[in-house]
Write a protein that binds this ligand. Sequence first.
Ligand SMILES: [Ca+2]
Ligand SMILES: [Ca+2]
Length: 93
Amino acid sequence: MDKKLQTSMALLLQTFKQYASADGNPNTLTKNEVKELFKTELPGFLEGGKNQCAVDKLLSSMDCDRDSEVDFTEFMCMVTGLTCAFHDCAQHK
Ligand SMILES: [Ca+2]
Ligand SMILES: [Ca+2]
């Protein structure tokens, strides 16, 4: 099991592109695309995207430049933030 990091990076790129492509623009995630991504890839988080208020909050926290869409840099900030949160939780167990 080597090249785990390289594989993870490729998967992040692939995942972003897969969900971002739904509306024909593969460069950004719309609110619906963000919702789909969380529903499928992070079930259990945000109650699977059912909680509309939480989805709105999440999107606005991800959307650093306030253009109502999430680009790859913003997506990576969110993934990094979540991963750090998981790491911190694991440390305190
Ligand atoms: Ca898109
Ligand atoms: Ca944005």
